[in-house]
Design a protein around this ligand. Structure first.
Ligand code: PRP
Length: 214
C-alpha cells in the first residue's frame, strides 16, 4: 500500500508510552510534537514518516486496534488477556515487566488450598475468572474494582485480590503478600488484522527493526 497512508499507533498513556517512544527513537522514529509536556493534544503526527500516535487509557488500546482506529497498539499483556480483543500479538517488548498474582493476608492461604468459596476483588475479572474456574476449578465470587484493589482484604470486601505486582511495595505496606502467581506480564505490540494484510512490508519492517533492540 502507498506510503501516503498514515500508520497509527495507540499507546497506553504513562510509563509504557514513554518507554515505547524511547524504543522507537532507537530505530529512528521520533515525534517532536509529543515532547511538549504542557500540550493537551491527544494525537501527534510525524508528517515526514507518515505516522500518527495517540495516547489512550490502557484498556482501550486493544479496542482501538481491533476496530482499526489504530494499526498498532502497545499495551501490557494483562490488558490483552483481560480484554480478549481480536488483534495479532507480534512482539514482547521486554519492558513493563511484572506479575499477575493472587494476593491477600497470610491467613487467606488456607482458603485457597482448601478450595473454599471465597471473594476475589480485581480490576481483572476475566483473568480472575479464568484462573479460578478453569485452572484451579474453584468456585469463587468475583468483585470488580477499578483501582486501589489492595483495599479489598483490608476493609473486608474480599478474602483475596487478583492484581499486578511489580516491586511488591504496595502489598508490603498494606500487610498483604503474594499467595499464588498466575503469570508473568510485559508490554506487547499488537497489530490490527486487516492492517497486517494491507501493509505487510511496512509493519514487518517495523517489527524486525524493533526486534534488534528488545
Ligand atoms: C498497580 C497495581 C498495584 C501496584 C503494584 O496499581 O494495581 O496496586 O501498581 O505495584 P508495586 O508492586 O510496585 O507496588 P496502580 O499504581 O496502577 O494503581 P491502581 O491500583 O489505582 O490501579
Amino acid at each position: 500500500m502507498s506510503e501516503d497512508r498514515y500508520l497509527t499507533f495507540a499507546l497506553a498513556k504513562g510509563r509504557l508510552a514513554n518507554k515505547t517512544m524511547e524504543l522507537l527513537e532507537k530505530i529512528g522514529i521520533t515525534c517532536e510534537e509529543m515532547n511538549d509536556k504542557d500540550s493537551r493534544k491527544l494525537i501527534f503526527v510525524n508528517e515526514e514518516r507518515k505516522l500518527k500516535f495517540f495516547l489512550s487509557k490502557g484498556p482501550d488500546v486493544p479496542t482501538y486496534v481491533e476496530y482499526g482506529a489504530a494499526d498498532i497498539g502497545v499495551v501490557g499483556s494483562d490488558i490483552i488477556m483481560e480484554e480478549n480483543r481480536r488483534a495479532y500479538e507480534v512482539l514482547d517488548l521486554g519492558y513493563g515487566k511484572c506479575r499477575m498474582c493472587v494476593c491477600g493476608p497470610k491467613s487467606a492461604k488456607e482458603l485457597l488450598q482448601h478450595h473454599e468459596m471465597i471473594r476475589v476483588a480485581s480490576k481483572y475479572p476475566n483473568i480472575a475468572k479464568d484462573y479460578f474456574y478453569n485452572k484451579k476449578h474453584q468456585t469463587v465470587d468475583i468483585i470488580k474494582l477499578n483501582g486501589s484493589v489492595e483495599l479489598g482484604p483490608i476493609v473486608e470486601l474480599s478474602d483475596v485480590i487478583v492484581d499486578i505486582v511489580e516491586t511488591g511495595s504496595t502489598l508490603k505496606e498494606n500487610g498483604l503478600e503474594i499467595l499464588e502467581e498466575i503469570c508473568p506480564l510485559s508490554a506487547r505490540m499488537i497489530v490490527n488484522q486487516v492492517s497486517m494484510q494491507m501493509e505487510p512490508e511496512r509493519i514487518k519492517k517495523l517489527i524486525m527493526d524493533l526486534k534488534q533492540h528488545v
